[in-house]
Design a binder for this molecule. Structure first.
Ligand SMILES: [Zn+2]
Length: 165
């Protein structure tokens, strides 16, 4: 028997330390939280993907009364990106969230952004990984109002992933 270890390298930055083009991507992800439809979780998530041609494709979480029928912001953006630009590499994804929580109806827009970076669920990591395997690493920018984490790839967030059968 052998004990083995996996290490993940990532950067922790303040918003002021982020390059201008990444700040633009984060701003799009933040803006998308205001287009979320999340009456059940009241957790409003936005994602924005920088494509290889420099354009941005974004999405927000869209929930449904039949819960599993809803979709996360990350997969919404990812599948839109692949639909709009088939075969084009996705270079980076930025993710941001606001927890509306118990805020009164009509005041949801006042909810602040999460202080700590928001991280994609396992299903979104798996979906994005498929495109990373096809077209190269997708950098992951997890926004938090207090600090931002930057991971070099989706695979760094999903060790031992399911990639072929
Ligand atoms: Zn997800």
């Amino acid at each position: 028997m052998k004990d083995k270890k996996i290490e993940i390298s990532y950067k922790s930055l303040t918003p002021e330390e982020l390059p201008a083009d990444d700040l633009e991507l984060v701003a799009r992800a933040k803006a998308m939280t205001y287009r979320s439809y999340a009456p059940y979780s009241r957790f409003h998530v936005g994602a924005a993907i920088r494509m290889a041609d420099g354009s941005i494709v974004d999405g927000s979480n869209q929930e449904n009364a039949a819960y599993p029928s809803g979709i996360c912001a990350e997969r919404n953006a990812c599948w839109q990106a692949s639909s709009l630009h088939p075969g084009m590499a996705m270079k980076k994804i930025a993710i941001a969230a606001r927890n509306v929580g118990n805020m009164p109806e009509g005041e949801e827009a006042d909810a602040p952004f999460q202080g700590s970076p928001i991280s994609p669920c396992g299903a979104c990591r798996q979906a994005l990984l498929e495109y990373e395997h096809l077209h190269g690493d997708i950098e992951v920018i997890l926004f938090g109002a207090d600090n931002i984490y930057v991971f070099p790839s989706i695979s760094s967030l999903l060790p031992f992933s399911f990639t072929e059968f």
